[in-house]
Ligand binder design. Structure first.
Ligand SMILES: [Zn+2]
Length: 201
């Protein structure tokens, strides 16, 4: 059965729009059709908001770590003793497709800050790395960088703006699309309701 336009992602009022932009929109919408989600989950308005949310993400992980050890999380933070692997995981909230159910989880796409921050901060999303420095205590500061080279995924929103980039699916994304096409999980091609974004591309 052919899916109706409204059942797949894209703009239901203008399905032909998917074909413009050298087919990049089309590839992106086919990705959705084969169960891929965007590489970003949320986008905040300012660098300050990124800093706040990265800090909160790390502090949540420190709390879980401290609970396991029977220690106090605020002591760990104050003493500059946040473990490296937790510090490095600070961008995990920006890695949208990592948190999906097991067979849809994609681990090889980098954290994506989303496109809107660049305009708000007067930056060029195709040229400027986004650097966020987070100070956890006088003893511990971590610099986080969203690099330009990581903005070339088909399922990002940079495709509309950075026309010179060569956009690619990652091997992990290809794996998911192949498993959907192969029917290994008896999936229907029409996405489940939570994967449908009406009015959003
Ligand atoms: Zn999309």
């Amino acid at each position: 059965m052919r899916p109706k336009c409204k059942d797949i992602a894209g703009d239901p009022k203008d399905p032909a729009a998917a074909y413009i932009n050298d087919g990049r929109f089309f590839a992106h919408e086919v990705g959705h059709y084969l169960w891929l989600v965007h590489t970003f989950s949320w986008s905040f308005n300012s660098k300050a908001e990124y800093e706040t949310n990265i800090r909160a993400n790390v502090e949540r992980q420190v709390t879980a770590y401290a609970d396991k050890l029977g220690k106090n999380a605020s002591d760990i933070i104050k003493n500059g003793e946040i473990p490296d692997d937790i510090l490095k995981n600070g961008l995990s909230i920006f890695d949208a497709d990592r948190g999906l159910e097991e067979d849809l989880k994609i681990e090889d796409t980098p954290a994506d800050p989303g496109p809107w921050i660049f305009e708000n901060e007067g930056m060029d999303m195709c040229k400027d790395p986004l650097e966020i420095s987070v100070k956890f205590s006088d003893k511990q500061t971590q610099k986080y960088v969203f690099e330009v080279k990581h903005r070339k995924n088909v399922m990002s929103y940079y495709e509309n703006n950075c026309k010179l980039f060569k956009f690619r699916f990652s091997p992990g994304q290809v794996h998911v699309m192949r498993s959907v096409l192969g029917g290994a999980k008896n999936r229907q091609l029409v996405p489940k309701p939570e994967f449908v974004w009406l009015g959003m591309t």
